[in-house]
Design a protein around this ligand. Structure first.
Ligand code: SAH
Ligand code: SF4
Length: 355
């Protein structure tokens, strides 16, 4: 390595580069571009966790990289495994911050649910992630690593941005993480395998249609009238439904893919017949599928989980108004599966006085 050059960038950022970009990174350090490619293949294809494991790298080169810190940007801090195979992991980042990611295996798929921020600035009234606001954005490498973490155990087939954070408020890193994970020389996940869930950042919805038209958009609608929605999703005060729908109209014009509407069922807030009617009407306008998600109780939130009968009644009402809805089966019901819950529990434990 050329000693006159500045030190290598912190290795945590290397996970945020595509294989071609790693080649350019190597070239900028005075190394042949193939060294960058070897590094990328070692990380994404061969599961290398330290520079010493990079095949074909001379010892002094590996030592140079090792001197910069760990090759991977996070370590597992704790995990919870549910009876149905769902695994929720809490990853500790280089600065000690904690983020959750969840592995959801089925017979034919392995879906990983990733976080995009530490905490969330939106503050929906039912969600553990937003209770204490946002601490910081995740880097592209930190987002991509969450997938790699679970991929090492079983190849990942699908990625959903439904962990903590609002992905469209961390837009550049979201797009870069998708590019890295879709890189055919790396994991090579097809773009149709990604679902980006948003609470309604209207401006970025339009941009996503241009930048990544093949990913699936899931809109966390939770109410289709402004009064109810503003009460439970504070972002609605910034982009009320008329503005959100204008963005969705533009999105639908550009993207020929079915979007999903997510609707958390809160017994006390958004489950009247009127709510069902408005939801069905909105879904029909976009030919969207509706995912009904019974509220996963979170302490410090004011909401009540609906009974099975209330859920059935609401689903039937939506269907009677012409909406296509399914009730999301609860995966990982016996662990802290709602987004943000495991981190909250871990932090509460860490802060609890020691007796
Ligand atoms: N911020 C983005 C993505 C992360 S949240 C968004 O809001 O879409 C992903 C999904 O988890 C959202 O649809 C959200 O409403 C849902 N969710 C959050 N807390 C929940 C809870 N306690 N019970 C059920 N679903 C919850
Ligand atoms: Fe943020 Fe999504 Fe939770 Fe709302 S539901 S607070 S947008 S993570």
């Amino acid at each position: 390595m050329d000693p006159s050059r500045p030190p290598l960038p912190a290795p945590r950022s290397l996970l945020g580069l595509t294989i071609d970009e790693l080649g350019a990174w190597a070239a900028a350090r005075g190394l042949p571009a193939f060294r960058g490619r070897q590094l990328g293949e070692a990380i994404w294809r061969q599961g290398a966790t330290s520079a010493a494991q990079i095949k074909g790298w001379p010892k002094n080169l590996a030592a140079g990289l090792d001197g910069e810190g760990p090759l991977l940007p996070a370590v597992e801090d704790r995990r919870q495994e549910a009876g149905d195979g769902t695994i929720k992991t809490l990853l500790k980042l280089h600065d000690g911050k904690l983020v959750e990611c969840v592995s959801i295996p089925t017979a034919t798929r392995h879906t990983v649910c990733v976080s995009s921020q530490v905490g969330c600035p939106v503050g929906c009234t039912f969600c553990a992630s937003g209770l204490n606001g946002v601490e910081r954005d995740l880097t592209a490498g930190e987002i991509a690593y969450q997938v790699l973490h679970h991929h090492r155990v079983r190849p990942v087939t699908n990625v959903v941005f439904m962990g903590s954070g609002e992905p469209l408020f961390n837009y550049a890193n979201l797009i870069q993480a998708i590019r890295v994970l879709a890189d055919p020389d790396g994991l090579g996940l097809g773009r149709r395998r990604f679902t980006v869930s948003t609470s309604g950042v209207a401006t970025r919805i339009r941009q996503l249609a241009v930048d990544e038209p093949q990913v699936t958009l899931a809109l966390s609608i939770h109410a289709a009238d402004d009064e109810t929605r503003s009460r439970i999703v504070p972002l609605n005060r910034r982009w009320p439904l008329a503005e959100l729908m204008a963005a969705m109209d533009d999105y639908s014009t550009l993207v020929n893919r079915r979007m999903t509407l997510e609707y958390v069922l809160l017994a006390d807030a958004n489950m009247t017949t009127g709510h069902a009617h408005d939801l069905a009407k909105l879904a029909l306008r976009y030919g969207a599928h509706i995912n009904l998600i019974p509220f996963n109780p979170v302490i410090d939130t004011p909401h009540r989980r609906p009974t099975t009968n209330e859920v059935k009644g609401f689903a039937a009402a939506v269907a009677s108004f012409g909406g296509h809805a399914t009730v999301r089966g609860q995966r990982g019901a016996d662990i802290d599966a709602a987004c943000g819950q495991l981190r909250r529990r871990a932090e509460a434990t860490a802060k609890a006085p020691v007796h």
